[in-house]
Design a binder for this molecule. Structure first.
Ligand SMILES: Cc1cc2nc3c(=O)[nH]c(=O)nc-3n(C[C@H](O)[C@H](O)[C@H](O)COP(=O)(O)OP(=O)(O)OC[C@H]3O[C@@H](n4cnc5c(N)ncnc54)[C@H](O)[C@@H]3O)c2cc1C
Length: 339
């Protein structure tokens, strides 16, 4: 949606093909239907918060050209009233994700961008001069293709991994999927007897094998029948996934809430289909960070969670999707101008 909006602004003819009957099914779910679309921080703070072993280097240029505050101003210019929480997170003022989806819908309608919904792309075939994009009912030719098909969590929203499969069939490597920003399972009775309770001022600490604190986050902790969830748990879980992949060594987690400490020794995240974000996806080493264009197939571009990019909770993932979409379309626009 964001890519199509930028294309319209730059007068690049485009068509949006969407698997689901309506646009933005996952966006409608964000922040419990409230849509935390960005955060009031500078690009440098944003990139720092992505953390060690993250996609920060790859997305740096895209984020600097589409800073989180500019995303907020962009929505305001579309008539969306916005709200800033004390911690800097931006939401639509009515805290309705539908407001954001409608803003895109209205813009694409006004700009007469064709949207083919209820229609899954089934194959992308490169030609000498462009691509054939196939669906069950028709095939169309496109000079450039931008794959923005999302990760693989919450597949009912339409993100089922098609984009990664297309990329793979065109020679791209796929970094194995892991769940990101997800709850941790524990049978600790201190947790299970509090199932259903939320603690706003919790803290999580991740300790390395030597007992040194290597990550700390203050925020919400929720007790669930399966274990622990909430922003403080999600961000600790994401940190661990990146840390263990980088270093190959294990950790333990401590959750401090309700005046007690719960130690989770064995890290068992909930299943990938429930994850807020998918870690893994199209390997960014095969994508040019200055253009979001495939280094393998010229004319093929990527944006958002289909790539191996992810951020913590707080609007970082939508900002990443928007910034990379803008970068891809700006590159296509530049190419169009160069004879
Ligand atoms: C419960 C939940 C809460 C979240 N809350 C937040 C939040 O508050 N803030 C935040 O920043 N992030 C949040 N996220 C993460 C954020 O929603 C995603 O990172 C973001 O939506 C990714 O955008 P995307 O455009 O890459 O993919 P998506 O939003 O998943 O969009 C991909 C689209 O591609 C379509 N598609 C897939 N395959 C095909 C095909 N073959 N043909 C045609 N169309 C296809 C899908 O139907 C889908 O509409 C949340 C995620 C979840 C699950």
């Amino acid at each position: 949606m964001f890519a199509a909006a930028v294309a319209a602004e730059r007068h690049i003819p485009c068509v949006v093909i969407e698997r689901k009957a309506r646009l933005g099914s996952k966006v409608l779910m964000t922040a419990n239907g409230r849509c935390n679309f960005a955060k009031d921080i500078s690009p440098d703070e944003f990139l720092r918060d992505l953390g060690e072993g993250s996609c920060a280097d790859f997305v740096a240029e895209a984020v600097r050209e589409c800073p989180p505050r500019q995303i907020c101003r962009g929505f305001q210019s579309l008539g969306v009233r916005t709200k800033r929480m004390t911690d800097g997170r931006f939401f639509p003022a009515d805290e309705k994700a539908a407001t954001i989806v409608h803003a895109f819908g209205d813009l694409l309608r006004d700009e007469e961008v064709p949207i083919i919904s209820n229609c899954a792309v089934t194959a992308i075939k490169p030609l000498k001069n462009g691509f054939l994009v196939s669906t069950k009912n028709f095939t169309l030719w496109a000079e450039n293709v931008l794959i923005a098909t999302g990760g693989v969590s919450y597949p009912k929203t339409g993100s089922v991994g098609d984009g990664q499969n297309f990329a793979k069939s065109l020679g791209h490597s796929i970094v194995p999927y892991r769940p990101g920003l997800i709850g941790l399972e524990t049978r600790d009775p201190k947790v299970t007897r509090l199932a259903g309770r939320r603690f706003e001022d919790g803290t999580t600490k991740v300790l390395d094998a030597a007992g040194k604190t290597i990550f700390e986050y203050c925020g919400e902790i929720d007790c669930e029948s399966f274990g622990l969830s909430g922003a403080a748990i999600y961000n600790a879980q994401r940190f661990i996934e990146h840390y263990e992949r980088e270093r190959g060594t294990g950790v333990a987690v401590e959750a401090l809430f309700n005046g007690m400490t719960v130690r989770v020794e064995k890290i068992n995240p909930r299943p990938l289909k429930e994850a807020i974000v998918t870690l893994g996806g199209v390997d960014t080493r095969e994508i040019d960070p200055h253009t979001m264009q495939s280094k393998i197939v010229p004319g093929l571009y990527f944006a958002g969670e289909v790539m191996d990019i992810d951020g913590p909770t707080g609007g970082y993932n939508l900002t990443l999707a928007f910034a990379t979409a803008r970068k891809a379309v700006a590159s296509i626009a530049k190419k169009e101008k160069t004879p």
